[in-house]
Design a protein around this ligand. Structure first.
Ligand code: MV4
Length: 461
């Protein structure tokens, strides 16, 4: 007799090892506790004093401060999971979260990887196979072939002419802004191909490249999905993540301003259809460029993302809990008709960095005050006396606000930023305060280049 979905779910796991650090380790631990699951925290030597270590059911130091020897050490993490009796591993974001070999090793060790299958991760990790899967599923993509560029220069030249200059050359193994080169016109095409191929070979171990139309002033819009193991998938709305510097997002918001529900709706449904076609499980994000009223798929992220809270605020869905429940084998407890978008949400990433040079700033937090008014959420692992380590990402807190309208949410973020005091280290708070006074941003008139241009003008002034 086949098990019902609920029967198969019951036995899957009751203890989760959180293979991450910082704010997301704390966030995942909260979700585990609320689901009645035990949480195992791990740390490197630099994170021995991490506050979420003392609130976890077990806390295991797995290696030295260098991430390569700790948070990226697959064997050490699997050993810790075995020692602590964990039945599942949550990878968070970064580190091993999109490593297909790790997802495979977790499953081979008899544990559940809280994420999609290794095969889904591998398909989306190869940006050409990802694009092919999306085109097959009817997701709108950037003009250009869903196959690798051949070696023959004449054929490459014809492909570029057919797309129309400017084009962009991207490495199949790249993503997130790595391994790409814009080609403005034909006379520099072959040089650009040769350089990008060599970089790709070195950085990703594969010379495979593809070509797209280069969009000059798009916005970065993404769609959040959640899927179960039983053929159910929903999209939870969209976010605008255009406010970025050097491919690092700084401010995110939901919903994306100025995008009418009826133009995003078919895109969201196409994402859901793609999930069903590829047998996707858990949470995922479809990244799009949006220009002149049209959406163009660029990449899919197969992990929980830093900016998931803005979608939690507008949809009311706890995305981390939903992700863990999907990994347990539960049937998704919401249908597309249940999903709503209420009000507006912003997230500011608070980084320990010099506000002018953007160099990481390590040291002890000597004073900390955080806002706690209604409509304000702070996701952080730091406290007064916390030592910010130079070893890892500089993200130390996320300030998240929710209000009925975008203008009210902006005002609430100004209040939240005014109520945030961090001393002892430098942070980007002064810069975020200035950004939330910017008129064009307030009007929603930004694209992926806006922040870098704004910084340039500010420096010149
Ligand atoms: C593009 C593009 C313009 N046209 N593709 C950068 C990150 C990676 N996810 C894809 N990226 C881009 N792909 C085409 N066909 C411009 C970018 C891009 C970008 C995209 C999203 C957010 C910020 C960006 C900053 C610079 C370039």
């Amino acid at each position: 007799m086949p098990e019902t979905p609920e029967q198969s779910a019951a036995a899957r796991f009751d203890t989760v090892l959180i293979a991450n650090r910082g704010e997301i380790a704390a966030r995942i631990q909260h979700a585990c506790r609320e689901l009645g699951l035990k949480a195992v925290a791990i740390c490197s030597e630099a994170d021995r004093e991490a506050p979420y270590g003392s609130t976890a059911d077990s806390f295991i130091c797995i290696g030295p401060s260098s991430a390569a020897k700790s948070y990226l050490n697959q064997d050490a993490i699997l050993l810790a999971a075995r020692l602590a009796g964990a039945g599942a591993i949550h990878p968070g974001y970064g580190f091993l979260s999109e490593n297909a070999a790790f997802a495979d090793a977790v499953e081979k060790a008899g544990l559940i990887f809280i994420g999609p299958t290794a095969s889904s991760i591998a398909t989306m990790g190869d940006k050409i196979s990802a694009k092919r899967a999306m085109m097959t599923a009817g997701v709108p993509c950037v003009p250009g072939p869903d196959t690798a560029l051949p070696d023959d220069p004449a054929t490459i030249g014809r492909i570029a002419l057919e797309i129309g200059y400017p084009v962009i050359i991207k490495a199949a193994g790249g993503g997130g802004g790595r391994g790409m080169r814009v080609v403005p016109k034909a006379d520099v095409l072959h040089e650009a191909i040769a350089l990008t191929r060599e970089e790709a070979r070195k950085a990703f171990g594969s010379p495979s490249l593809y070509m797209e139309k280069f969009l000059e002033h798009p916005r970065h819009i993404e769609i959040q999905v959640i899927c179960d193991d039983h053929g159910n998938a929903v999209w939870l709305g969209h976010r605008d993540c255009s406010m970025q510097r050097r491919h690092q997002k700084v401010v995110e918001e939901a919903p994306a301003p100025g995008i009418a529900p009826d133009i995003i709706q078919p895109v969201g449904l196409a994402c859901v259809e793609a999930c069903l076609q590829i047998g996707y499980r858990g949470v995922g994000t479809f990244e799009f460029l949006y220009e002149d009223g049209a959406f163009y798929f660029i990449e899919m992220n197969t992990r929980l993302q830093v900016e998931h809270p803005v979608t939690e605020m507008t949809s009311g869905v706890d995305i981390v809990q939903a992700q863990i429940r999907a990994a347990q084998g539960h049937v998704l407890d919401l249908t597309q008709g249940d999903v709503t978008c209420e009000g507006h949400s912003f997230e500011c990433r608070i980084n320990a960095e010099d506000p002018e040079t953007f160099l990481p700033s390590a040291g002890v937090v000597t004073h900390l005050a955080l806002p706690a008014e209604p409509g304000i959420r702070v996701d952080t692992h730091i406290h007064a006396g916390y030592k910010v380590s130079p070893y890892y990402d500089s993200l130390i807190a996320k300030l998240i606000v929710h209000a009925p309208t975008r203008a009210e949410a902006m005002a609430r973020m100004r209040e939240a930023l005014a109520g945030t005091e961090i001393e002892g280290i430098s942070t980007n708070i002064p810069f975020l305060r200035a950004l939330f006074e910017d008129d064009a941003f307030a009007r929603g008139e930004t694209d992926i280049h806006y922040l870098e241009q704004w910084l340039k003008l500010r420096r010149a002034a």
